[in-house]
Design a protein around this ligand. Structure first.
Ligand SMILES: [Zn+2]
Length: 349
C-alpha cells in the first residue's frame, strides 16, 4: 500500500460514493468490550484483537475506509476516566490497529478527532485548550501515515472550525461533520447550512453531518446544506427511527419501557428504535440522489447496515455473497425443490 498506487479519498469521491463505517463505540459496547457513558475506547489497549476484527467486519460489509478508533481518545475524556497517562499509547495503538486492517484490505486509512466537551464561547482559554487537544491527536495521526483526517460530531460550529484549522495546518485532507441535536442550529445558533458553508469556505474538503439524527430527520438538513455547498458532502446518520417530535436519538422516548434513568432509552435501550437494513439502503439512495457521496452510518450501526448501504449505492462488498435469497427458504421460497405442502403452510407461519 503506497500513497501513489491507491486513489485518494477525493479521487474516489470524484468517481462515486465512498462508504465509511462509524459507530465503533456503540458496537463494541454491545459486544461487551466498552463502557457506555464514558464511551472511551480503552479497548484498543485491552482487547486490540476485538477492534481489529470489528474493522475487518465493517470492511467485509462494504466500508471503503478504516477510521482509527480515536473517538473520545482525547485528553479531556481520558482525564474523566483517570487515564490521562495513557493518552499517547491509546492513540498510537488505535492508529496502528486501523492501519493494519486498511493495509491488508486495501481500503483508506483515516485519523479521527471529535467533540472535546470543553469548548465554551464565554471562555477564551477554552479555544487554546481545544486546539492543543486536536494538535496532539492530529500529530499522532500524521505520524501513522493516515490518508486523511475526520473531524466529527461537533455541535459548536466554532469548535469544528478549530478542528479544520488544525487538520489543514498538518496538510491533511479534512472531512468535517456536524452533530445536530434537537435544534436545527449549532449551539451558537448557526444553521447547519451556514456552518457547512463556513467550513467549506475555510477549506474543508468534505462537509456534512454525522451521528445524533436518524435518516428521517437528517435528510431535510442535508437537502438544505446541499443547495448552498459545492464541495463533496458527508452523511452518516445513526440507524434509529427519529421523528419530527423526537429528532435526535437522545430525545427518543420509549412509551413501553422505563429504566432507572427514566424513559430515555439512550444509549443502551435503543433497540426498539433501530432502523432495518432496507431503511438504511433507502437513505443511501436518497442521499446519493442529492449527490452526497461520503456515506456511512454512525452509533448503532451493525455490519448489516453497512452492507445494505453499500449495495444501495451500487457496490458489491464481499459480504454480498451472503445477502438474503428468500427463494431458498423452506416455506416462503420459490425454488423447485420446495414442496407444495411446504408452500401451502406458509400462511400459517
Ligand atoms: Zn455516532
Amino acid at each position: 500500500m503506497t500513497a501513489t498506487s491507491r486513489p485518494s479519498l477525493l479521487q474516489r469521491l470524484n468517481q462515486g460514493p465512498v462508504i465509511c463505517a462509524e459507530g465503533y463505540v456503540f458496537e463494541l459496547e454491545r459486544r461487551g468490550y466498552l463502557q457506555a457513558g464514558a464511551f472511551v475506547p480503552e479497548v484498543v489497549l485491552e482487547h486490540p484483537e476485538v477492534v481489529a476484527q470489528l474493522h475487518r467486519d465493517f470492511v467485509h460489509a462494504g466500508s471503503d475506509v478504516v477510521e482509527a478508533l480515536t473517538y473520545y481518545a482525547h485528553r479531556e475524556k481520558l482525564r474523566v476516566i483517570g487515564r490521562e497517562g495513557d493518552l499517547e499509547p491509546i492513540n498510537r495503538r488505535a492508529l496502528e490497529i486501523a492501519k493494519g486492517v486498511a493495509k491488508e484490505s486495501g481500503v483508506l486509512f483515516a485519523g479521527d478527532i471529535c467533540n472535546t466537551n470543553v469548548f465554551d464561547p464565554a471562555d477564551a482559554s477554552s479555544r487554546s485548550a481545544v486546539r492543543a487537544m486536536f494538535e496532539e491527536q492530529v500529530r499522532w495521526a500524521v505520524d501513522a501515515g493516515v490518508d486523511y483526517v475526520v473531524g466529527e460530531t461537533f455541535s459548536w460550529g466554532q469548535e469544528a472550525l478549530i478542528a479544520l484549522e488544525v487538520i489543514k495546518a498538518a496538510k491533511q485532507t479534512a472531512v468535517i461533520t456536524l452533530a445536530m441535536h434537537q435544534e436545527e442550529v449549532t449551539r451558537e445558533g448557526w444553521s447547519a447550512t451556514d456552518t457547512c458553508k463556513r467550513l467549506a469556505d475555510a477549506g474543508a474538503d468534505v462537509v456534512g453531518l454525522n451521528c445524533i439524527r436518524g435518516p428521517g430527520t437528517m435528510l431535510p438538513l442535508l437537502k438544505a446544506i446541499r443547495s448552498a455547498v459545492k464541495t463533496h458532502m458527508a452523511a452518516l446518520p445513526v440507524p434509529y427511527r427519529t421523528t419530527q417530535e423526537q429528532p435526535s436519538f437522545q430525545s427518543l422516548r420509549d412509551p413501553h419501557w422505563h429504566g432507572d434513568w427514566g424513559s430515555r432509552p439512550f444509549p443502551t435501550a435503543l433497540d426498539p428504535f433501530v432502523c432495518n437494513r432496507f431503511e438504511i439502503g433507502e437513505f443511501g439512495r436518497e442521499a446519493l440522489a442529492l449527490n452526497i457521496r461520503y456515506l456511512g452510518v454512525c452509533c448503532g450501526a451493525g455490519p448489516h447496515h453497512i452492507r445494505a448501504l453499500a449495495e444501495a449505492v451500487g457496490k458489491r462488498p464481499p459480504a454480498s455473497r451472503y445477502s438474503a435469497d428468500m427463494s431458498k427458504h423452506a416455506f416462503l421460497g420459490s425454488h423447485e425443490r420446495i414442496k407444495q405442502v411446504q408452500k401451502e403452510y406458509a400462511n400459517k407461519l
